[in-house]
Design a protein around this ligand. Structure first.
Ligand SMILES: [Zn+2]
Length: 62
């Protein structure tokens, strides 16, 4: 198989749906490209709605 793709995580807050993509990182939170969701700081917040990490769910497990 080819290289493993890092999981994307989606914010579960109603009307949000922001997806954290490790290949993009998160400029607003000063997260560099390639940082997996698991490695984000505990105080990471959704750049759109401000929800914490616990509100995110992995969206591509396969
Ligand atoms: Zn959100």
């Amino acid at each position: 198989m080819s290289e493993q793709k890092q999981k994307q995580w989606q914010c579960q807050m109603p009307n949000c749906g922001y997806i954290y993509d490790p290949e993009r990182g998160c400029k607003k939170n000063k997260v560099e490209k390639g940082c997996s969701f698991e490695d984000l700081p505990e105080n990471y917040k959704c750049p759109l709605c401000g929800a914490g990490k616990k509100q995110f769910k992995a969206c591509n497990w396969d």
